[in-house]
Design a protein around this ligand. Structure first.
Ligand code: FAD
Length: 520
């Protein structure tokens, strides 16, 4: 027999099988010896009360054996001789689009400017240690896209985007831990992501797909308002009748190309601010309301949203036990973001803290569709100058920032290229500076101990979402005017993270399948 229960247990009971059986027995009246297996279906941490509890949904097997479900892949067939779809970009959107194309009987040809996951590591090292920014291979560009060397948080704010469970099941089938199906806030971790991405690529190749690394698209050819091919940086031309454009939010050259060619794109609001780093222990004390989190609780995350001077200011991509990464994609700019290993075992917690921007904020940059992008770029370039014209970033202790005092000494932070003590007021326009200042005071009221000089803020956190939208027909998902062009994923403005980008990739592949079917 199998029974389903909701339980509320201590962190230790949630972690230890025998203790959990005892809890189930106490809750259900079933004898411990009769319970053959307890399978956790959902797990979330409730830290609202003084004592932290774990909420569980479990299946309890009584006098019946349990067999772990096999997460098999869809039924793929060889597509070597099938109609081709060009996919520009091997981020989550591009890779999941490719798999869906194979499922639908089309041959994906992925064109990626960066390197495979393994070769990419060398460029990340050069970026961290020698401050060299390779414009084709960095934390945003290369196999797996911006998602590869990320935290690998796999939750999406909007469940309306599509079938999240399907994407999570595919991740498990490609090697992710089954915990991602159970945890309320699943994550994979930077150390585990590259192998998963590589096995995804292997599957695409196995069934006849093609992946071309170190190949940057420099032009998209259009004939009579319909795509006809692409040109790469070597001048090669590849003919194409269907193109999924999944180049991410940092491919400024692609936005400029579309604008230059008169292909409609629009500026869109995004958010921008700083990346703050606290000792993880301090965040644990605040969130778990205890001196130490102990053996059975994970490093605590936090999430905070405030309205300050009529604008939203919120935490973004918070990484418990994580590292701040240099995410510039061109020389002459600095950008921060964060990642964490699967165990989240680093001593620091970091988070983007960003201020919502409006279209009117980009005024100085005109009415151009690139106004938001140019605003973003100007702040990244200013920070580069103030940081010392290397990958060092301007930084300030948090309380000093709020008091308007330049920090005399900065502690070493997890940001490897290093920090330069700066009055961060100089980095931002006054409205962002004032909002951040007032907002951090409010954060300190909600999370007692948060506003402290033990925390260091790094500037800027500027690539929160795309500053551009590429408009598409909501039915066919093709560009509003150019037939056969499918703007896809985060760069096109239709996703905001790994899972939503993967979902959008699948949707665009379905758009291609429908278009090709209709043509036959
Ligand atoms: P991208 O992942 O940006 O992929 C675009 C790809 O296109 C890149 O590989 C790029 O090289 C390629 N490309 C660009 N231009 C060209 C061209 N001209 N020719 C050929 N190829 C081109 N999201 C989460 O959900 N959870 C997290 O924990 C998380 N942490 C993050 C941490 C970091 C450090 C970073 C940088 C991002 C993080 N994100 C996270 C965001 C997430 O990675 C993105 O939302 C997601 O990768 C977007 O997917 P995408 O496929 O739309 O675009």
């Amino acid at each position: 027999m199998k029974y389903n229960y909701q339980l509320r247990v201590s962190p230790e009971a949630a972690a230890k099988k025998e203790l959990l059986k005892k809890e189930v027995s106490r809750h259900s009246g079933i004898g411990v010896s009769e319970i053959t297996h307890v399978e956790i279906l959902k797990r979330s941490i409730d830290a609202r009360q003084k004592e932290v509890k774990i909420n569980l949904q479990v299946d309890v097997y009584v006098a019946e054996s349990f067999e772990a479900k096999d997460f098999s892949l869809p039924d793929y067939h060889d597509v070597t001789n099938k109609e081709e779809v060009i996919i520009i970009g091997a981020g989550p959107a591009g890779l999941f689009a490719a798999l869906r194309c194979i499922e639908g009987g089309l041959r994906p040809i992925i064109i990626e400017r960066g390197k495979d996951v393994r070769s990419r590591r060398r460029d990340l090292k050069a970026l961290n240690i020698e401050h060299i920014v390779n414009e084709d291979s960095n934390y945003c560009f290369g196999e797996g896209g911006a998602g590869t060397y990320s935290d690998g948080k796999l939750y999406t704010r909007s469940k309306k985007r599509g079938d999240v469970q399907r994407i999570l099941h595919l991740f498990v089938a490609f090697g992710a831990t089954r915990d991602i199906l159970v945890d309320a806030h699943p994550h994979i971790g930077t150390n585990k992501l590259p192998a998963i991405i590589a096995s995804l690529r292997e599957k695409i190749l196995e069934y006849g797909g093609v992946v071309k690394f170190e190949t940057r698209v420099t032009d998209i050819l259009i004939t009579n308002n319909e795509v006809s091919g692409i040109i790469t940086q070597t001048g090669d031309k590849i003919a194409a009748r269907n193109i999924i454009l999944a180049t991410g939010h940092s491919a400024r050259d692609i936005f400029e190309l579309l604008d230059r060619k008169g292909i409609e794109i629009e500026a869109k609001p995004f958010a921008l601010g700083v990346r703050v780093e606290h000792p993880q222990e301090l965040i644990d004390r605040i969130q778990y309301k205890c001196d130490s989190r102990g053996e059975f609780l994970p490093p605590s995350p936090y999430s905070i949203v405030k309205q300050i001077n009529g604008r939203g200011m919120y935490s973004f991509c918070m990484c418990p036990g994580g590292i701040i990464a240099p995410c510039a994609t061109s020389p002459g700019e600095v950008v921060t973001n964060g990642w964490s290993p699967s165990k989240r075992d680093q001593p620091t917690a970091n988070s983007g803290i960003v201020v919502e921007l409006r279209m009117s904020d980009f005024g100085k940059y005109g009415n151009s569709p690139l106004a938001g992008m140019n605003f973003q770029k100007s702040i990244e370039q200013k920070a580069w100058v103030l940081g010392g014209e290397t990958q060092r970033v301007p930084a300030q202790k948090l309380e000093d920032f709020v008091r308007g005092k330049v920090s005399t000494q900065l502690p070493e932070t997890s940001y490897k290229p290093g920090v330069t003590s700066t009055d961060l007021r100089e980095v931002f326009p006054e409205f962002i500076h004032q909002t951040l200042k007032a907002g951090f005071v409010e954060f300190g009221k909600t999370m007692k101990g948060y506003l402290t000089n033990e925390a260091v803020i790094h500037a800027p956190e500027s690539r929160t979402s795309s500053p551009v939208r590429i408009p598409r027909d909501p039915g066919t998902l093709e560009h509003i005017r150019i037939k056969g062009l499918f703007p896809c994923g985060e760069g096109a403005g239709y996703a905001g993270g790994i899972v939503s980008a993967a979902i959008d990739g699948e949707k665009c592949a379905e758009g291609c399948i429908a278009r090709i079917k209709a043509a036959h």
